[in-house]
Structures are given as C-alpha cells and as structure tokens.
Design a protein around this ligand. Structure first.
Ligand code: BTN
Length: 269
C-alpha cells in the first residue's frame, strides 16, 4: 500500500482532534511562509483557531526580517487568533507561545528555557522561534498570527554554518527522531491551556510562569531594539511583557521589542 503523504497524515490526525481553541487545521506540503498564508486567511475573515501548517517552507520568516530555515522534519505552523484582550496585552501572546513550546519540549524529556521575549532554547542553543504578527484597528485587536517554528527532527549539520553553532534540535538532544503527530498534539494541548489563562485574564499567573522558565531576568544583556542598542541588567518584565532594563546609570528602560543578547554568551573575538 502507498505510504500516506504528510498532508494526508495530518489531515487524518486533525479529524480526531478535540482541543478547545482549535477550529480548523489547513495542511500544506510546502508554503512560502505559514505566517504569510495565515495572514491572507485572517484578512479573508478566517475564524479564531484556524491553523496553517506546512511540511516545509521555502521563504520561512523570522523576527526582524530574518530568514527561518525550514527543512523537512521541523514543525512550521501559524495560528490565527482573534483575542478579546486590550491592545497593550498583545505581546503576551508571544509569552503564551513560548511557554507552550517550552512545556511541550519538556514533556518530551528535554528541559527548555526562554530568552526574552520568545526564543526557546536548550542548553543555550535555539530550538524554536516565534513570530507574532497582528492587526490592530483603533483600540481593537482584529487578528494575531502566532507563527511557531520548532527544530524537531532536524539534522543540525544541514543548517547553514552561521546558525548551526547557535542551534539545536529535539532529535539531536534525544539522539532519536520523535513522532511528529504526538508532538503536535502535545503542543496544541499546551497552547490551549496557556491561552485559556490569557483569555481568563490571568495575566499575572501567565507572566509568573513565563518567568520560571525564562533565563533572562537578572542577566546583564545587550538589546537591539528597532531604533537603538541598549545595555543593562534585565530586572523584570511588566504586565504587558515589556522588558525592564536597568542601565549602568540606574535608569529603567522599558523595551517593547528587541533582540536580546546575553553578555556571558557574547563572542568577543
Ligand atoms: C524567530 O525566532 O526569528 C522567529 C521564527 C519564526 C518561524 C516560524 S516557522 C512558522 C511561521 N512561518 C514563518 O514564516 N515564520 C514562523
């Protein structure tokens, strides 16, 4: 008998899926970017809980216009959400995503940490990334696309040399490939649990949980924001998920978005 394709397999899997927020799984073999496709669907009024998933991406996008390498074996999906939350809480969705990914990885036997705002790492190497894209209309959140990329069954040696030394995969950490559908099921269940917390306005609890898995707070860091580079000690995150950085001058800077580098991990060569 012919082996089922990825698309057939996941379509079959989605038929038996009963997870609160999940409404529809749209499965593709290859897309430019699941986030771009999700945005098209969101603009065409796709409902909350529509998920776009692809076996591979040829133009996977990362934060700050970077590329996201998307070979076969990784998890590439984008979730369309229409959360009833204040505009200033939208960034907390990246905490929701990072927390659910870290918990999923942990459920599969590997301890993962989160670097503010949403890099998921294992032994200081990046294993997953999250790209949040939203449309705000006045004081209303129209949609949020939560794009998640996870190095599941990926041979790190096949990644380009510039990111290879900073990346890892779950199959590498465990020494064996994982079952994709089982992993996906755990991820969606975890996302549902954590997203429910946000919808029930349990922001403080959500942030508290994020903090227990984050390795950022207390560290001396350098943050590249869209407009400047800042240095200081990461002292806390506020109720919107913004990073509070204490500079050497004792000033507290509130950082909405940026790329965080740890001084103790910087390559000074
Ligand atoms: C980052 O760490 O820079 C974010 C990476 C996000 C990658 C995922 S893969 C699925 C979704 N589609 C994309 O094009 N990007 C996100």
């Amino acid at each position: 008998m012919r082996k089922k394709t990825f698309v057939e397999d996941i379509q079959q899997f989605s038929k038996n899926l009963q997870i609160g927020f999940v409404k529809k799984l749209l499965v593709f073999d290859m897309l430019d970017s699941t986030n771009s496709t999700a945005k098209d669907f969101a603009r065409a009024d796709a409902e909350e809980g529509t998920i776009i998933i692809a076996r591979t991406q040829c133009k996977g996008r990362g934060r700050f216009d970077r590329m996201w390498q998307s070979p076969e074996g990784g998890v590439y999906l984008s979730i369309i959400l229409r959360p009833q939350i204040p505009v200033q809480s939208v960034s907390l969705l990246s905490f929701v995503a990072a927390l659910s990914v870290a918990k999923t990885i942990e459920a599969h036997g590997v301890y993962a940490t989160i670097k503010w705002p949403n890099d998921v790492r294992v032994k200081k190497k990046k294993i997953a990334g999250i790209l949040l894209e939203s449309e705000i209309k006045g004081d209303h959140v129209n949609y949020v696309i939560v794009g998640i990329g996870i190095n599941l069954n990926i041979d790190i040696e096949e990644l380009p040399s510039d990111i290879r030394s900073r990346s890892t995969s779950l199959s590498f950490e465990l020494g064996a490939p994982l079952e994709y559908q089982n992993f996906l099921q755990t991820l969606l269940v975890q996302f549902d649990n954590v997203y429910t917390r946000l919808n029930q306005h349990q922001d403080v609890r959500l942030i508290g949980e994020w903090k227990t898995l984050s390795d950022t707070l207390g560290k001396f860091v350098r943050v590249q924001t869209p407009t400047e580079v800042l240095q200081g000690t990461a002292v806390d995150v506020n109720q919107s998920g913004f990073l509070l950085l204490k500079t050497n001058q004792g000033e507290i800077k509130k950082i909405v978005s940026g790329d965080c580098l740890y001084f103790d991990e910087l390559d000074h060569t």
